[in-house]
Design a protein around this ligand. Structure first.
Ligand code: GNR
Ligand code: NI
Length: 173
């Protein structure tokens, strides 16, 4: 397994639409393994393939807290088959927008269909942080970042803050 570099905004690659995976083969499993290592190292609770520059519909997640046993989740070609009418607000962050956080509103509960690590077709119902994270990752597959759910004012504030912080980091190094 190897760690892959994570792409950060405003890299145009984060805006591309990711392609369906025709078959979950060993190459896809290797991508999943590398993404898991990259996500755990970051650390993050989810990662979409496009964040490491691969425009395929592959997502990895693990919502286990410190001290809990790992709970890896691998989603290939996920589709939302049902969403609750009620929305829930959660403060989101993104490895591609380091140190930036904002409240985003999304359906509180969803059901998805997807393929797992072995190419098996499964369904999963999720609420709370799990529903938030799945929807955040599925947005990445469409080239959408959490800031795209905010007003232009808030979005530009976050993007400017990100660029300023990066300038400071460069000056520091
Ligand atoms: O690590 C992550 N934490 C997080 C917190 C709240 C809502 C969504 C997320 S996903 C993020 C990792 C990431 O950027 N995935 O694309
Ligand atoms: Ni993200």
């Amino acid at each position: 397994m190897s760690r892959l570099p994570i792409i950060t905004a405003p890299d145009p690659r984060l805006k591309v639409h990711s392609a369906i995976v025709p078959v979950v083969d060993d190459a896809v499993r290797r991508l999943i393994d590398d993404m898991m290592e990259t996500m755990y190292n970051a650390p993050g609770i989810g990662l979409a393939a496009i964040q490491v520059g691969v425009p395929k519909r592959v997502i990895v997640m693990d919502l286990a807290r410190d001290g809990e046993p790992p709970a890896p989740l691998h989603l290939v070609n996920p589709e939302i088959v049902w969403a609750a009418d009620e929305d829930a607000v959660y403060e989101e962050g993104c490895l591609s927008l380091p140190d930036q956080y904002a409240e985003v509103s999304r359906p509180a509960e969803i059901e998805i269909a997807y393929l797992d690590y072995h190419g098996q077709a499964l369904r999963l119902k999720a609420e709370g942080l799990k529903a938030v994270c799945i929807q955040h990752e599925m947005d990445h597959l469409e080239g959408i970042l959490f800031v795209d759910h905010l007003s232009a004012l808030k979005r530009n504030m976050i993007l400017r803050r990100l660029l300023k912080q990066r300038r400071l980091n460069v000056a520091d190094a």
